[in-house]
Design a protein around this ligand. Structure first.
Ligand SMILES: [Zn+2]
Length: 344
């Protein structure tokens, strides 16, 4: 599993506003942090590999110039801040606020708190952080002894202004969540209390057919894992792909699935509440990025501060998609004017 580099005591996480101000009082402090993240034992020129103190420029803190080959190294290269015109300190504030505010922060709140003149700047910063939140090389979930994976899909969005409710405007989100058991199982017959969620994966899928749903499962769930779904035919092929698949017959009664798949229903419920409450609806072209943010928060909910460096793209092992790469793989929606309400 790709984890933050936790042994980097020289790269502390700010845990409070005073600590943030002490760690990152200005641009050069932020730049020094980026430099330490990349060169733990001091600058080494990537071109000529000579380890020597580089030239520094007071008015360009993100540039280090090798004394030997004169090549510039850019501290933001390979991070979400690459080629940004926004001060590093604003990015650091964003990463701090996103990771320390429990449900996250909306672009309008961020714009106000930092006194940014343009809403678009606030939106772009938060959105670039969001896009980078889930790494493309993330490992598959499930497969550990004693745990299983609940898989289901749900509709997100739907209401188009002036058109009423149209199924054709809803987007299908597939989810898989690890279900773990507390070590000391309660004698009470309380399914939810003795189980809890491990890691989650969420993705927009094109439809509810077997190719889309089984394709999602194959990409995110480890081979051989135990999987529980409802009895929708789209999941019928999972055994064929080597999973231990059990399906629960819903027979039109949603309570049956909730009874046997309580954790995935909690995930969907939390997701919809979060989208509606924090972000007031999400445009379809951006939904996957918001799913990434939700996944990131959900999987790190016990370790909120560890996310700070990871968010900035300086966690060492982080190989997040860049913003351009993320959107290069997306097809442009043709209905950009629709507003997204969220339905259960
Ligand atoms: Zn050099």
């Amino acid at each position: 599993m790709a984890i933050d580099v936790l042994d980097r005591g020289d790269l502390p996480f700010p845990r409070s506003l005073p600590e943030f101000q002490r760690l990152f009082p200005n641009e050069s402090a932020c730049a020094a942090y980026l430099e330490r993240a990349r060169w733990r034992d001091g600058f080494v020129c990537p071109r000529c590999t000579v380890a020597d103190e580089p030239y520094r420029f007071a008015n360009r803190p993100t540039v280090l110039r090798c004394r030997h080959c004169q090549i510039n190294s850019y501290l933001t290269a390979g991070t979400v801040m690459e080629r940004t015109h926004t001060p590093l300190s604003v990015w650091f504030w964003a990463a701090y606020l996103v990771t320390s505010q429990t449900p996250g922060i909306s672009a309008i709140q961020f714009q106000r708190q930092l006194g940014l003149s343009r809403y678009e700047t606030a939106f772009q910063i938060l959105h670039k952080l969001r896009v980078g939140m889930v790494r493309p090389d993330q490992d598959q979930i499930g497969g550990k002894p004693g745990e299983h994976v609940e898989v289901d899909e749900t509709y997100v969005g739907g209401r188009t202004r002036g058109e009423g409710r149209g199924v054709h405007h809803k987007t299908i989100v597939a989810a898989a969540v690890e279900v773990r058991r507390r070590k000391r199982d309660s004698a009470l017959n309380d399914r939810r209390n003795s189980r809890y969620a491990g890691r989650v994966r969420l993705a927009v899928v094109s439809d509810r057919g077997a190719d889309a749903l089984c394709g999602f499962v194959k990409s995110v769930v480890a081979p051989g894992a135990r999987i529980i779904t409802d009895d929708w035919g789209g999941y019928a092929g999972l055994t064929k792909y080597g999973y231990h698949h059990a399906s629960v017959a819903e027979r039109g009664d949603p309570h049956v699935a909730e009874e046997f798949m309580p954790i995935i229903h909690l995930v969907f419920s939390n997701l919809k509440t979060w989208l509606r409450g924090i972000h007031h609806g999400v445009s379809p072209q951006h939904l996957q990025a918001y799913l990434n943010e939700f996944t990131f928060r959900f999987n790190r909910r016990f370790y909120p501060f560890n996310a700070f460096r990871s968010l900035l793209g300086i966690a060492g092992d982080a190989t997040s998609l860049t913003y351009a790469e993320f959107y290069a793989t997306k097809s442009r929606p043709t209905t950009s004017s629709m507003s997204w309400g969220l339905t259960g």
